[in-house]
Ligand binder design. Sequence first.
Ligand code: PLP
Length: 352
Amino acid sequence: MEVIESTAFINGPAVKDFSNNLSAYLNVKHAIPCANGTDALQIAMMALGLEPGDEVITPSFTYIATTEVIALLRLKPVFVDVDAKTFCIDPELLEKAITPKTKAIVPVHLYGHAAPMEQIMKIAEKHNLFVIEDNAQAIGCDYTFSDGTKMKTGVIGHVGTTSFYPSKNLGGFGDGGAIFTNDDQLAEKMKMIANHGQSKQYYHDVVGCNSRLDSIQAAVLNIKLKHLDEYAGARRLAADFYDTAFANHPKITTPFRAAYSNHVFHQYTVLLENVDRNGLKEFLAGYKIPAMIYYPVAGHQQKMFEQFNVANQSLPVTDWLIKRVISLPVHTELDHEQLTFITEKVIEYLNQ
Ligand SMILES: Cc1ncc(COP(=O)(O)O)c(C=O)c1O
């Protein structure tokens, strides 16, 4: 109501408030709100001064936004395989994919589990590369370094991005996104790019775009941010329930939780072995249990990337996962009865 009464619908005080609260929560100098998580990635890549043809290393096993933006900016996506346990980019393979044209790495904290940032940052430093963390699925996740220090995912790399799409762990009542950095100069540039490259009103220094967060979204997110850790706790409880119910079942592998990452379970994604996955999905749908496949087609096999000739690239873990993953319902409102019903139905199908 305050936003409506103030009529400051775009970039109003609520946006500034949210940006301050978000940067305090993440312990980062700059949190720059923007229109969505895809724009956040685009603005970050525009600000880093990457040139057409520069190579950007990224997993193929991710949502299309991560890799699409690379191609949109006429950069070259270089797809690297993921680790079979964490589902995140494999640092050894990443290092092998570096060429003189490589300029940046985009690790994705998939499903709410952190990519191995300590190793990734070491590789980036050694080869002088930018790291842009795609934190759309893991906001609130804590990363523990080998010396015991903790940081939030999204603020470890040179830039981090996130999405406030309604189903995300911190979701608005519509689209939204943000970009994070500790670098003052980069922050200024990204703010400019997100606002038509404007340095002061009607003076446009660089080519930018129009990517703003609505004040109404900021007001909603400001309230929900206070509960983000509780939300992660509720998601973890649901995940613990599933883990216990499926423990030792020969046809199902429950999600791995690396010691360095406190999983925030944006998705609860299991691997199936010798199971008709679509049959399970349909069987569950018959009981109004929505199970989803994230993602049925890997990035390197998407038609949009035909120009890069990558469809036949060997990414054995990605290809293996794509055929086996299924995500069960996980959110903050699941109760004991619903979890019992879901697990019973999954096991009933597996035991048929
Ligand atoms: C890993 C990942 N990256 C980027 C995005 C893009 O975010 P948005 O939908 O807000 O543009 C999403 C979510 O949709 C995502 O899951």
